[in-house]
Write a protein that binds this ligand. Structure first.
Ligand code: ATP
Ligand code: MG
Length: 218
């Protein structure tokens, strides 16, 4: 069995943006991860509205991002390739079955999304499937989570690259840009550029395919 440490960043990625990339990079650096998998979600049990563009576009934008970034960034298609609703707990169990111990898996999530963790499928057993890495987001400091989720406080610790096998919720304060997919879609609707919010090949792809109401600049 390998001793690799693998990060998994799940998201709607509608579209993927520089905030996602900064989150993946910070987690890799601070937890000494060997690889990070971008995990685009399939049908979501948490959100009533479907993604704004077809799955094939979300997946391709994630692929373009991984290819343009670094060899340590890869795509995991398990959720987006499945017609079933995406449940983190189920996905982590399936990943473990491909030959990893839960202590090798680090599920990365923004502090805004983690604040809703008690509503997730299989809570709190989901914490037995992997480490969690909770990354701050502008307006969402990680320390606030200790007060907001007091029953989880004993599992929480400040993220460090030191290897400790006990599964934990690692809190990571990182500088990530104040970018969201929602703000990107709003800019595109207003026919404004998004070059400073997404990786360059993603900006080109959005414009070429006229996604989210973008015009191709003609
Ligand atoms: P939307 O506005 O549609 O919700 P989003 O920008 O929040 O989009 P998601 O796909 O919902 O993007 O996010 C996937 C994961 O990445 C979530 O865990 C989210 O908290 C995290 N994340 C997104 N943007 C940032 C950011 N700028 N900094 C830190 N974490 C982020
Ligand atoms: Mg979000």
């Amino acid at each position: 069995m390998s001793t690799e440490r693998i990060g998994i960043l799940g998201g709607r990625f509608d579209p993927i943006h520089l905030g996602h990339l900064a989150t993946a990079e910070a987690a890799r650096r601070e937890l000494a991860l060997d690889r990070v998998l971008l995990l685009p979600s399939g049908p979501s049990p948490h959100r009533a509205a479907p993604a704004r563009v077809a799955d094939a576009y979300r997946l391709e934008m994630a692929r373009l991002t991984a290819a343009a970034t670094a060899p340590w960034l890869e795509i995991e298609e398990a959720e987006i390739a499945s017609p079933e609703p995406s449940y983190t707990s189920v996905t982590l169990t399936r990943l473990a079955e491909t030959g990893y111990r839960p202590s090798q898996l680090f599920f990365i999530v923004g502090a805004d999304a983690f604040a809703e963790i008690a509503t997730w499928h299989d809570y709190p057993a989901v914490f037995d499937r992997a480490h969690f890495v909770v990354v701050s987001r502008p307006g969402h400091p990680v320390e606030a989570l200790r007060r907001r989720l007091p029953t989880l406080a004993t599992r929480m610790r400040v993220a460090t690259p030191v290897h400790a096998p006990a599964l934990a919720i690692h809190l990571l304060d990182a500088e990530t840009p104040a970018v969201s997919s929602t703000s990107i879609r709003a800019r595109l609707q207003a026919a404004e550029p998004v070059d400073d919010m997404v990786p360059t090949p993603v900006a080109t792809y959005i414009s070429t395919h006229g996604l989210y109401g973008a015009t191709d600049g003609e």
